[in-house]
Design a protein around this ligand. Structure first.
Ligand SMILES: NC(=O)c1ccc[n+]([C@@H]2O[C@H](COP(=O)([O-])OP(=O)(O)OC[C@H]3O[C@@H](n4cnc5c(N)ncnc54)[C@H](O)[C@@H]3O)[C@@H](O)[C@H]2O)c1
Length: 265
């Protein structure tokens, strides 16, 4: 499959977890997938970005790995240059890369270092990567190189649910939710739909460190659907959006959370 004939998707933070699930689904849907991650070791094909590439290629799909830190302006520019020079088009950007605070700390005590780290990866990175990607998408759409470019922001139920022991994460996701609306508004005239997806409690390496806590909460009835979410639950929504099924929903958020957001009595 050549990049001239296959649509191209860039998935940030795709070396594991939700991003991995999204990359595998999009490759199965026929996309050539650019697997971005801050960690990418070509000598390791058992885990991380090159495992995802190997798995996609083993199933007959096409994938490229591009190591980049979404928090770095130089890396974001280099990543878009890579897409332009190697593939010549971008049909879907999935802003997925994100980090949790290294330590949960009460908002009354938490320091600025963690705030700056979380905000730069979770908010500043995707905010400005989308600016660069949208610029290219507009150009490529005008030139007839892409038909229907689209953009996804993976936020979180933490965009509205308060966790005072990781306030910087909640604030970053609330900000990213607004970024999705802003880009949806601005890019509508160019025919570029934008979707926010809010995962709930999804089984990934990020949540493995709080597994016992969430096992207990789910068992006690936190979620109407009494199970963990899986990366595939999120990936199926990205797939529907990438197919064009949700284009008139631009600027909206879809929660993939087993009913977490339902107010109950
Ligand atoms: N797992 C959940 O329950 C959950 C819930 C809501 C939202 N989310 C969000 O979904 C996204 C993916 O989460 P996950 O659980 O798969 O996390 P994860 O930690 O398992 O995987 C994240 C991936 O992003 C990469 N990454 C981290 N910083 C990066 C950077 N600066 N540049 C490029 N790549 C970087 C990591 O190396 C890793 O491969 C995150 O934005 C997260 O906030 C996750």
């Amino acid at each position: 499959m050549s990049a001239e004939t296959s649509r191209v998707a860039l998935v940030t933070g795709a070396g594991q977890g939700i991003g991995r699930g999204v990359a595998l689904q999009l490759a199965a849907d026929g996309f050539c997938v650019v697997i971005n991650d801050i960690v990418a070791d070509p000598s390791n094909t058992e885990s991380g970005a090159y495992e995802v590439k190997k798995t996609i290629e083993g199933a007959g799909g096409r994938a490229e790995v591009h190591r980049a830190d979404v928090a770095s302006a130089a890396d974001r520019q280099a990543m878009m240059d890579f897409v332009a020079e190697e593939l010549g088009r971008l049909d879907l950007l999935v802003n997925n890369a994100g980090v949790a605070p290294k330590e949960r700390t009460d908002i009354l005590k938490a320091g600025e270092e963690s705030f700056d780290r979380v905000m730069s990866v979770n908010l500043k990175g995707p905010y400005f990567l989308t600016q660069r990607a949208a610029d290219r998408m507009i150009q490529w759409k005008r030139a007839g190189k892409v038909g229907h470019p689209r953009i996804v922001f993976i936020t979180s139920i933490s965009a509205y649910a308060s966790s005072p022991s990781r306030g910087e994460y909640c604030v970053s996701k609330a900000g990213l939710s607004m970024a999705a609306k802003l880009y949806a508004d601005r890019l509508a005239e160019f025919g570029i739909p934008v979707l926010e997806i809010r995962p709930g409690i999804i089984r990934t390496p990020m949540t493995s460190v709080v597994k016992d806590k969430y096992d207990k909460l789910i068992e006690e009835g936190l979620l109407p659907i009494k199970r963990w979410g899986e990366p595939e639950d999120v990936a199926r929504v990205v797939s529907a959006f990438a197919r064009g099924d949700l284009d008139y929903c631009t600027g909206q958020a879809i929660e993939v959370g087993g009913g977490f957001g339902i107010r109950r009595l």
